[in-house]
Structure formats: structure tokens, C-alpha cells
Design a protein. Structure first.
Length: 218
């Protein structure tokens, strides 16, 4: 199996494992509104320093390489930041404490804040965090790593209406053809790759109407 296929297959399996954890809160808006914030835009929930560290972490968890874009292009950090102000609000204290602990550990281990380190040094720091050997994390560094990894997967591959998967780069990376509201016999064939239709679920009239009714009923 080629390296490109290995990466894609790993991501498909990781996404399948994380899918059940995707929060079902209200989206940030339709794709046309939520998916166009310029790179480097200010964070809504995290501080600028926290956001910089988070962006650097997500960029190493699903890195950009010769086979395609990663979490940075998908704006996974933006997804996490917005979700921490809503569906993931219960995780905000853990993020604040964990991101601060990560920077302290990076300073001790490599002599600088995580976001300012070379990629190879960042990977070394994250390996220590993942295996639980990084000091200074309440509840252990492995738990923090697992939390951020799960939310990075969500931000890279979830519906763009939630703030991540910018330009559908996550769906393209794993070959997901997009939401289908009806499954035709052609779509059920195993020998045919479905034509990609990359549209947010919230751009389908039925979804949009249901959301409007839900909002009016509040």
C-alpha cells in the first residue's frame, strides 16, 4: 500500500472512530458565512496566545504534506475555538489549563513556546504528551492529547457549517463525496465512485427549514 493510501485509510478509520463524538450544537452559520473567515482571524473563545498554540498543535496532528492539505487548511482550530464557546464549553477549562501546560513543557524540553518551535521539535513534544510522560498536566498529558486529537478530527472532517473543513478539504482528503438526502440504486453500487457533491447539510432546503422551525420554537 502506498504512503498516500496509508494516510487516507488511517484518516478514514480515525474519522469513523471520532464521528460519534461530534457535537450537535447549532452551526456557526451557512457555509457561505461560516467558512470564509480569513486565516489569522482573531479567536472568539480562546486568547490569541492560546489560539496560536492550538493552531500549531492541530497542524502537527494532521500535517500538510505532499499528499494534500491538513488541519491547518481545514481551519480545525477555528472549529474548536467556536465549539468551546458552545457545544464544547465544558471542555474550556481543560483547554486553558492544557494549552498553558503544553507551553510550559515545551519551554522546559525545547527552550520555547510550542508554536515557535521547529516542526521536528513540536513532534517530539507531542509524542511525550501522547505517551503521558510530559509533566505539568492536570489529569495527565495523555488525556489532554486525546481530547485535542478528537476535536481536531472533528474540525477537519465535520460539516463546514461548524467552522472547520474549510473548502471541504477534509472531505476531499478522505474521498467523502458529500451528504446525500436520498440514496439511489446508482449510489449503492460498489463498483462506482459517487460523484462528489460537496454541499453543507445546512444548505439543503429541508435542513434549513427544519432549523428555522427549531429556532422559532425556542
Amino acid at each position: 500500500m502506498s504512503e498516500a493510501l496509508s494516510r487516507r485509510e488511517w484518516l478514514k478509520r480515525a474519522v469513523a472512530g471520532a464521528a460519534a463524538a461530534v457535537p450537535l450544537g447549532s452551526p456557526a452559520g451557512a457555509v457561505g458565512a461560516a467558512g470564509q473567515a480569513p486565516a489569522g482571524a482573531s479567536f472568539e473563545t480562546l486568547t490569541a496566545a492560546e489560539g496560536e498554540t492550538l493552531e500549531a498543535v492541530t497542524a502537527r496532528l494532521i500535517p500538510t504534506d505532499e499528499h494534500g492539505p491538513g488541519a491547518a487548511e481545514a481551519r480545525a482550530a477555528r472549529y474548536v475555538d467556536r465549539a468551546l464557546g458552545g457545544a464544547l464549553a465544558a471542555w474550556l477549562p481543560a483547554y486553558r489549563a492544557g494549552l498553558a501546560a503544553l507551553d510550559r513543557f515545551a519551554e522546559t524540553a525545547e527552550g520555547g513556546r510550542f508554536a515557535r518551535l521547529p516542526a521536528a521539535d513540536q513532534d517530539g513534544v507531542l509524542r511525550a504528551v501522547e505517551d503521558g510522560s510530559a509533566a505539568g498536566f492536570a489529569g495527565g498529558s495523555a488525556a489532554f492529547f486525546a481530547m485535542v486529537r478528537s476535536h481536531t478530527l472533528q474540525g477537519t472532517f465535520s460539516d463546514p457549517a461548524y467552522g472547520g473543513n474549510e473548502g471541504f478539504v477534509g472531505w476531499e482528503l478522505i474521498g467523502y463525496p458529500g451528504v446525500r438526502t436520498a440514496v439511489t440504486p446508482e449510489l449503492q453500487r460498489m463498483d462506482v465512485v459517487p460523484r462528489a457533491r460537496q454541499v453543507s447539510a445546512y444548505d439543503y432546503p429541508a435542513f434549513a427549514a427544519a432549523r428555522r422551525r427549531r429556532i422559532r420554537g425556542r
